[in-house]
Write a protein that binds this ligand. Structure first.
Ligand code: GDP
Length: 251
């Protein structure tokens, strides 16, 4: 467990009711609201190794990633920290956790594919990202932001190829179709089913920051990723000296 020590950081208000009385969506959003800037690094090997579930947000620049992170965490400026000079090609980590006890990490990997970036920088950033996505040990889930009017682009497909082996090994994966307010109902239905086919077993959700669509669903899914049900440990029978055996995870 890591304690949050950043004195400039946001302090969440004390909960007005016990968590037991809240809906799952309210619990998930309350948890996301605790997000605080933790650290930034230009490459994976500068990041502290952490023994906490880590969820990475990735996507083409302009896909709506910063808006989505700010909406989910209910903080106006949080993800825009990643757009500050000097951090535009950094891995930015945010700590999540109630009562000042960090129980998960949200990672913002700044957008790729921005036309104005020199080619060498683009290639370097793609390598940094791939290295992070392939080797970050505590990475629990990846959220890929996609503007549904453009669909998954070539760079998104490359990213899918990079993470596929880890997704097949159990890494959680969600594609968020952002700005869904810009789609008609039939366009939304169509792009949702197309993207589900491309997601290779991952989840796909429609999202709109402006119309506040999909916020509860995404929040609850991320909360579940970071708080998997505890594995039950079988009590050894009184008359057998067998060591406790693990039961399969309940979903
Ligand atoms: P990023 O580069 O991926 O971080 O993208 P931003 O979050 O900066 O958003 C890019 C543009 O899309 C901005 O002009 C946002 O205002 C706009 N945008 C983001 N989310 C939404 C949304 O849900 N609906 C609409 N209509 N526009 C959005």
């Amino acid at each position: 467990m890591t304690n949050n020590t950043n004195s400039n950081s946001f302090t969440p208000p004390a909960p007005k009711v016990a968590d037991g009385e809240k809906t799952p969506a309210a619990i998930a959003l309350g948890w996301l609201h605790t997000a605080k800037f933790l650290t930034t690094a230009p490459e994976l090997h500068f990041l502290p190794p952490l023994d906490l579930p880590e969820i990475a947000f990735v996507g083409r620049s302009n896909a709506g990633k910063s808006t989505c992170i700010n909406t989910l965490t209910q903080q106006k400026q949080l993800a825009y920290a990643s757009k500050k000079p000097g951090r535009t090609q950094h891995i930015n980590l945010f700590a999540l956790g109630k009562q000042g006890v960090t129980d998960a990490i949200l990672t913002d990997l700044p957008g790729y594919g921005y036309a104005a970036v020199p080619k060498q920088d683009k290639i370097r950033w793609q390598q940094v990202m791939a290295n992070y996505l392939i080797t970050r040990e505590n990475l629990t889930g990846i959220v890929l932001m996609c503007d549904p009017r453009h669909g998954l682009t070539e760079l998104d497909e490359i990213l899918l190829d990079v993470i596929r082996p880890r997704v097949q090994e159990g890494l959680k994966f969600l594609i968020i179709l952002t700005k869904s307010d810009k789609l008609t109902r039939s366009e939304a239905t169509k792009i949702l089913s197309i993207t589900k086919l491309q997601a290779g077993g991952g989840d796909v959700m429609l999202f709109s920051a402006t119309k506040r669509k999909g916020i509860d669903e995404v929040a609850q899914l991320l909360w579940k990723w970071a708080h998997p049900p505890a594995k039950k440990v079988k009590e050894p029978k009184a008359d057998t000296p067998q060591a406790a055996a693990e039961e399969p995870e309940a979903e």
